[in-house]
Design a protein around this ligand. Sequence first.
Ligand SMILES: Cc1ncc(COP(=O)(O)O)c(C=O)c1O
Length: 436
Amino acid sequence: VIDMALSRDPRGVLELGGVSLVSVAEAAGTPSYVYDLDAIAAEAKALDAAFDGHPHLVAYAVKANSAGRIVRTLIAAGCGADVVSGAELDLALRCGAAPDRIVYSGVAKTDSELDAALGAGEAGIGAIQVESVEEIPRIEARARNAGRIARVSLRINPGVDADDLETHSYIATGHDEAKFGVPLTSLAEALDRFASASSVRLVGLSAHVGSQLTSAEAYLIAARVLFGVIKQVRPRFRLDFVDTGGGFGIDYGEGCPARPADFIRATRKLQDQEGLSDLALYCEPGRSLVGSHGVLLARVIQRKSALARDGSTRRWTMIDAGMNDLMRPALYQARHRIVGLALPKEAAGAPSAHRVVGPVCESSDDFGTHDLAPPPEGVLDGVVVLDAGAYGYTMASRYNGRALPAEVFLEGGRIVAISPRRAQADWVSERVGAGA
Ligand SMILES: Cc1ncc(COP(=O)(O)O)c(C=O)c1O
C-alpha cells in the first residue's frame, strides 16, 4: 500500500479504487487522469461530520477539479460550491448546486458575471464575495438593475504572510501585497459603503489565506483575525455566517498530519470560544477533497542516459505526460511522487534515480528525480504521478500542440465513465483556421 488510495495487485500492478491501472490505460490510453469517486465522496462526508451538527456549508472550490462527475459527486455528498468565474458558476448550477449554496470569489468579476450571480434561482446565489471597496457600488448598481437584493460576504485580507503559513509564496493569498480581499485598513470604509447600499445585504465575512496548509494552527492564524473583525462588525450588521476559506493540505509525500476534519474541529472550537456559535461556519476546500484521490497515468516513451563530466551517469525517463497536462511542478515547484505502474522484476536490481520529464519543449517540463526501474517483459511500461486529483486537469493547456489528457472515473471498483482525450488533430485544425 502506497497511501490511502492506492494498492498493488498480486502481480505488482498499481490499483486505484480497486481498479488495475493497466486496464485503465488499455481502456482510455495515456496520459489519463484517473479519479476514485468513492474516496472523494467519503472525503466530503468525513468533513461534513466534523461540524457535528453545527450549521455549515462546505463550498467545494470548483477550480480544483471541475469535472462534472466530480462536482455532482460532491454535491450529492452534501457540498455547495465556491466558484471564481461566470463559467464555473454556470457549471456548478448545471451540476445541480442549489443557488443559495454557492459563493462566488474573485477580484475582478465582470458586470455580466455579477448579473449571472444575481439572477441565479429565486434570489441569487448564497453570497458574492466582495474583494474590494470599489466592487461594492458596482454590485449595488447591478442589483438595482436586476431588481434584487445582493447577498454579499466581505472577504477580508488578514495580512498574514507565507512564512507564517509555511506554504509556498505563490499559493499564499492573505498577505499585504496580495490582490485578494479587503485589507483591514479599508474595513471601515467598506462597512460605510455597505450601510448606505440599499440593494446590498452583508450576510457574512470570509477569508482565504493560502493553500496546502499542513497544520490547523496555520489556518487558525487567519480565523482568529476574522473572528475579531466579526465582533467589530456585528453591532452594525446582522450576519448569517463566517467563512474561514479553503487551504487544507494533503500529503504529497512529505506528510500532512492534519486531516480536513481537524481544521474544522479546531475552527469550531475557536468559534465557540469567541462567542460566535450562532453563526453558520462556511469553508471552501478544493485540494483536500480531490487531490489524493486522483492520479495521472502516463506511458514511458523512452529512457535516456548520459555520462556527466564528473563521471556519474544521468538518467531520464521520458513520459507522454508533460507540464501542459500537470502544471503544478512548473508553476509552483511542486513535487509529486512518481512510481512505476508495475513493480520491476526482482532480478532487475534496485531502481535508480531518474529525472522524469515530459515531451514539452521547456526545461521546466520536469517532474523531478524519482527512483524507477523498467517493468518486467510484457507489462505496460508506465508511471503513475500521485496526488494529481487537484489543480491537474483544470490547469491543463494545449501548449506545443498537445492533446488534452483523458479523464477516467472509477466507482464501486470499476470504470464508470471515460472523458476522452481532446485530439491533437483538433488543435491542428483550430490553429490552421485561426485568422483564416
Ligand atoms: C477563494 C478561494 N477559496 C478556496 C480555494 C481553495 O483552496 P484549496 O484548494 O487549497 O482548498 C481557493 C484556492 O486558491 C481560493 O482562492
